[in-house]
Ligand binder design. Sequence first.
Ligand code: NAD
Ligand code: LMR
Length: 338
Amino acid sequence: MLRALTRRQFSSTAFNPYKVTVLGAGGGIGQPLSLLLKLNHKVTDLRLYDLKGAKGVAADLSHIPTNSTVTGYTPESKDSQEELAAALKDTEVVLIPAGVPRKPGMTRDDLFAINAGIVRDLATSIAKNAPNAAILVISNPVNSTVPIVAEVLKQNGVYNPKKLFGVTTLDVIRASRFISEVRGTDPTTEHVTVVGGHSGITILPLVSQTKHKSVIKGEELDNLIHRIQFGGDEVVQAKNGAGSATLSMAQAGARFANSVLSGFEGERDVIEPTFVDSPLFKDEGIEFFASPVTLGPEGVEKIHGLGVLSDKEEQMLATCKETLKKNIEKGQNFVKQN
Ligand code: NAD
Ligand code: LMR
């Protein structure tokens, strides 16, 4: 009994305290994501930054009796960088959901014009104030914003490819859900590897590697793949101008952040698909690619290959790579030319 109590007391105490910062914490994703991070016992110092609203969100969350402090930061004046610097100082994990979301009729690439500059400027401050942090990029278009962050970090001499991640977990959780709807199964037991990037045809679910490979075929397979690739559009259309996925994204972001922290803590076999600086197709000029990654104390520990693909998936991979290459170069050129 005493032993059980002691264990329980220990389990509510974080042995490895982690500082985590959310940039864009006042937004549709930022708020529920911050809530989920407040509930994560691995996080002990939660810093919330936004151009507006972050102090209110922080005050609200700070009343939840979990083992973390929460501090809100908003710039005092339009050009002030001090609050951003304070939110980032020596933090260990930065999540970036700052930026504008889609409206019906838009592609993620249409967000580039606004979000590229936002992400570049935030990355510049990360380079100066938290050069060793793991950076989890949520802002779209992820296929381009991740290369933007990489270029900024390179320009500042602090690029560590093991610590830069494009968050593609929403595609993974959607795939579990959607395949379970097709098969009438428990979604919590469904695992679909999703590789490539995070937009339309660059999202490549490997249904041939699931236990359902021989039963999901033909039109049913085509529809399932399409739904996973364009799941974001379902939400954009349903929200009808009020933004894109926020709550499912918060869950996905919190899950991925937890996996990164589990890796930091030395937990074994923590594997998540994520969009990283990858050797898989570098010889074809594709510098970033999402595939399953083992997370460890230094961030990326091992990048796994794609395994055996069906003929259909091979064809989809070819078109995925064409688009991805252009998206990546667009992000890189934006930083090089501005
Ligand atoms: P939102 O408009 O509700 O929130 C964005 C927040 O960012 C706002 O509070 C805004 O004030 C803040 N912001 C803007 N510029 C900033 C800056 N320079 N510094 C700090 N904060 C800043 O949007 P949302 O629904 O939360 O979506 C945010 C982004 O996430 C969008 O680009 C969206 O496309 C993307 N997204 C990505 C995924 C994914 O799977 N990776 C999923 C859903 C949404
Ligand atoms: C998603 O997949 O839901 C996000 O990338 C947001 C969007 O624009 O669809």
